[in-house]
Design a protein around this ligand. Structure first.
Ligand code: TYM
Length: 326
């Protein structure tokens, strides 16, 4: 069975982009893959975090994994810092990566913009991500489009090591969806939907109240043409909303164009509010059930144990191939 690994940062505001780009894939893949889904808390600390809030956010994201349908009987769900192999392998990979390739990462460039000096962790962030993936001999990594460059870097580092010493790593493939891979901000469809944007109406968080969902969608930026037509280049706003509508309802973009032929954006948006509220209601209900349960902690403890057992085997092989330790 092929192995899957992916992770989400516990930084709050998990939104429709995270759901449609990544979490939805997590649920599909667990049916016929061996899956590990991680809450990557060590990635979160590349930027300053309040310790109390971080702990809460870890449990929030874990609960959301389960609420969207990740089944702990089928998948391993765990917290990154509970498995020491991530940090251990990250150092070995750091020694086999180059400042040149890390400097080219667009996310690093964006996050360190206008700073004379940036945290080193922000710079080596993609190396830790490569360690997450390679630690489990991962075949498939389901993510949104924004992670493509990081996945390519992971493949480059792994290939380089395999070519210069004994074959050590499995080379992973990124898995990106056609429609959910890049959900854009509602207030500015040229920017991706993000957890940290200041305007709360730029995103729909999975736990938003129906009234907030309604407000964000009704305010969403479109164009003055009033024709429901998918055309990312010329009509990025309505195209983004159509994408969301399509993935949440299962209707194709063609079907949506036909259904709203002759109707305006108002009708379309009203229906999209309904579709979104309906899709998120069961997630919210399940989240409330699980968030403060003992079951959640048990699932994470058990997950860490199972993940650790796999990682120990990889680390033994890696250390042997690098001549490390006794
Ligand atoms: P993070 O926490 O930023 O995002 C979690 C997942 O959501 C996807 N995503 C989106 N998809 C579509 N549209 C959007 N607007 C959108 N915004 C975010 C992301 O692509 C991601 O799949 N570096 C990763 C976490 C990570 C990881 C890993 C992922 C750490 N180690 C190993 C895979 C494998 C990140 O920051 O994701």
């Amino acid at each position: 069975m092929k192995r899957v690994f992916s992770g989400v940062q516990p930084t709050g505001n998990i939104h429709l982009g995270n759901y449609l780009g990544a979490l939805k894939q997590f649920v599909e893949l667990q049916e016929d893959h061996e899956c590990l889904y991680c809450i990557v808390d060590m990635h979160a600390i590349t930027l300053p975090q309040d310790p109390k809030e971080l702990k809460e956010h870890i449990l929030d994201v874990a609960s959301l994994y389960l609420a969207v349908g990740v089944d702990p009987k089928k998948s391993i769900v765990f917290v990154q810092s509970d498995v020491p192999g991530h940090a251990e392998l990250s150092w070995i990979l750091t020694c086999n990566s180059y400042t040149g390739e890390l400097s080219r990462m667009t996310q690093f460039k964006a996050k360190s913009k206008n700073q004379e000096s940036a945290p080193t962790g922000l710079f080596t962030y993609p190396v830790l991500m490569a360690a997450d993936i390679l630690l489990y001999d991962t075949d498939v990594v389901p993510v949104g489009n924004d992670q493509k460059q990081h996945i390519e870097l992971c493949r480059d580092i792994a290939t380089r090591i395999n070519n210069t010493r004994k074959k050590t790593f499995v080379i992973p493939e990124g898995r990106y969806l056609k429609e959910g891979a890049r959900i854009m901000a509602l207030d500015d469809p040229t920017q991706k939907m993000s957890k940290s944007a200041e305007n709360i109406h730029s995103r729909i968080s999975l736990l938003d109240e129906p009234s907030k969902i309604k407000k964000s969608i009704m305010k969403a930026t479109t164009d003055s043409e009033g024709i429901v037509k998918f055309d990312v280049e010329n009509k990025p706003g309505i195209s983004n909303l159509m994408n969301i509508y399509s993935v949440l309802s299962g209707k194709s973009l063609d079907e949506l164009e036909k259904e709203y032929d002759g109707k305006g954006y108002g009708d379309f948006k009203k229906d999209l509010v309904e579709v979104t509220v309906e899709a998120l209601a069961p997630i919210k209900a399940r989240y409330e059930e699980i968030r403060h349960s003992d079951e959640l902690l048990e699932i994470l403890r058990d997950g860490a144990e199972r993940a650790n057992a796999i990682s120990v085997k990889t680390m033994k092989r890696v250390k042997e191939n690098f001549g490390l330790g006794l």
